[in-house]
Design a protein around this ligand. Structure first.
Ligand code: UDP
Length: 315
């Protein structure tokens, strides 16, 4: 296959590039580098199966030659990033998805949308199954991301229904691993950066809010399986191990051997911070025979090693 990956220089996108290349496919990565980085794909320079196109997918997309699959992963994804780029976030979810779908239609390609657990908002149903329609505040600060992804899902289904396009939707739950930006503001890079520097870990709110953290390799495997499947309805990909942010802080301090304290930094909290989040992954298990394999403690160690090497700290 020749695969177009929008957001290909991002955290998840670059891991997808690696995986598809490893599986023997040709990859075209497209990115405008506002939150992605060429560092994430620098190791692919010179690989003849790999191309990079610097382009903002909110504008018309053109890739010469055949394209068999379009994976639409372009978007700011960290709350700090989408607050910094609220209009670009709405545009890439709306116009970017439209352009990516139009390109897939023109090429006769299969299409996969990177959606998000944020479509469930601050959920009133727990755990969240794909049938849950969510609790999103359209005018809250997170609305720019949540509503863009909800619109993107609607657009994908419209292309599927109107054009019989072969489409997939993955709803990605919190994912961490190497190539996250240390300054992207999300909890794992924040905590790991603080722990490496021997600083106190900043817990927003009282730390009782929960998330379920999956390692990047597990997500990539889920995306590959979904693309290969014939499952058109959205599929949650995430781990069912749910932990509080306070517990995450304790685990990071333990794994990183950081003696510094945990402090409460409520002022940095973003309104509408979901109180709970855990996927119901029955669909992924049944339709894709997928389940996550990496234990949080191991994944955090590997991520810590990555950030240490980025920062030039010896272990
Ligand atoms: N958080 C925190 N300290 C930080 C960064 C984030 O306590 O330094 C909290 C944040 O308020 C949220 C959770 O960690 O409750 C996960 O935040 P993140 O930005 O990683 O992603 P989200 O799941 O909210 O999109």
């Amino acid at each position: 296959m020749r695969v177009l990956i929008t957001g290909g220089a991002g955290f998840i996108g670059s891991h997808l590039c690696d995986r598809f290349l490893r599986d023997g496919h040709r990859v075209v990565a497209m990115d405008n580098l506002i939150t992605g980085s060429q560092d994430n794909i620098a190791h692919l320079a010179g690989n003849r199966s790999f191309e990079f196109i610097y382009h903002d997918v909110s504008n018309f997309i053109h890739v010469p030659g055949s394209v068999d699959a379009v994976l639409h992963f372009a978007s700011p994804a960290s709350p700090l990033d989408y607050l910094r780029y609220p209009i670009q976030t709405l545009k890439v979810g709306a116009l970017g998805t439209h352009n990516a779908l139009g390109h897939a239609l023109a090429k006769g390609a299969r299409f996969l949308l990177a959606s998000t657990s944020e479509v469930y908002g601050d959920p009133l149903e727990h755990p969240q199954a794909e049938s849950y329609a969510g609790n999103v505040d359209p005018v809250g600060p997170r609305g720019v991301y949540d509503e863009a992804k909800r619109y993107a899902e609607a657009l994908v289904m419209a292309y599927h229904r109107q054009h019989q396009m072969d489409t997939r939707i993955v709803r990605i739950f919190n994912t961490y691993g190497p190539r996250m930006r240390l300054d992207d503001g999300r909890v794992v890079p924040n905590f790991i950066g603080q722990a490496i520097r021997g600083e106190a870990l900043t817990v927003y709110g009282d730390g009782s809010q929960t998330r379920s953290f999956q390692y990047i390799d597990d997500l990539v495997e889920g995306v590959v399986r979904l693309l290969r499947s014939d499952f058109v309805e959205p599929v949650n990909i995430g781990t069912t191990r749910e932990i509080s942010i306070l517990d995450l802080a304790k685990i990071v301090n333990r794994v990183a051997d950081n003696r510094a304290a945990i402090v409460y930094a409520d002022g940095s909290r973003i309104d509408g911070d979901p109180q709970t989040r855990r996927p119901d992954t029955s669909r992924a298990r049944e339709a894709l025979n997928w389940r996550p394999k990496v234990e949080l403690e191991h994944g955090l160690e590997w991520t810590l090693d990555y950030f240490r090497s980025v920062l030039g700290h010896a272990r």
